[in-house]
Design a protein around this ligand. Sequence first.
Ligand code: OGA
Ligand code: MN
Length: 276
Amino acid sequence: MTVITTERLSETVGAEVVGVDLERLAHDAALAAWTLEALEAHGALVFRGLHADDAAQVAFSKRLGRVEVFGKGEHPEIFRVTLDPTKNRAAGYLKGTFDWHIDGMTEDVPIMATLLSAHAVAASGGDTEFASTYAAYDDFSDEERARYESIRVVHSFEAAQLMGNKSPTPEELARWRSRPAKEHPLVWTHGSGRRSVVLGATASHVVGMDPAESRAFLDDLLARATRPERVYRHTWEVGDMVIWDNRGVLHRARPYDATSARDMHRTTLYGDEAVQ
Ligand code: OGA
Ligand code: MN
């Protein structure tokens, strides 16, 4: 078999995987371990023109880790990322994907990785952007590293939803608040020994800091982590599959129309590491 190679897509995040087709996705016994290693190294992996159907995506996801189950039906592991409420009842919440975020930050253990396969793309907009939170930490000065060590940040669903809907109804607010907030350290020291910064739309405030100062501090760190030269932007073609390492990247969708046909089939891998 030919050797699988990676080609970097930016200086700090993203690599294209070359040499994997559907046959290999299904049958190469070494591919899962290879993929997990490449994911840790690159943060996001792009498989162009793979055209994995749901069965192929779910089968491969199960070889990478424990896969979250959402619905019923033939492939209950598939969650459809679309703004079309006839395809996903939770479509209304997915505008939240337009802001930089890390998935599952209000859970005890954030998810490990996400796979998205493009089944339909937007006529305009709808790219997905990635930025490494390991690189964001590496960019800190020694003085900042020392100062940020003890900082703790409250993450909430409310903070994330408020970004796209500044004047919620009392019912909306109550629904958002029914999901408990979660406190995490600003700096995540992983089992691997690497450190990353935990930021994004769910970051509500720094514990014990004046609210305005806290907002400015978090906004500034996020802007630094996601400045253009730190970002890989993926422009989708039908059939592309992208996997990102949710422990070490921020991501967001660029806006696309609510009536767009854009339809991403997603599988989600549970994490096994709390933020600590
Ligand atoms: C997600 C997400 C981004 C996109 O599925 O968690 O943020 O581009 N998706 O659809
Ligand atoms: Mn997301």
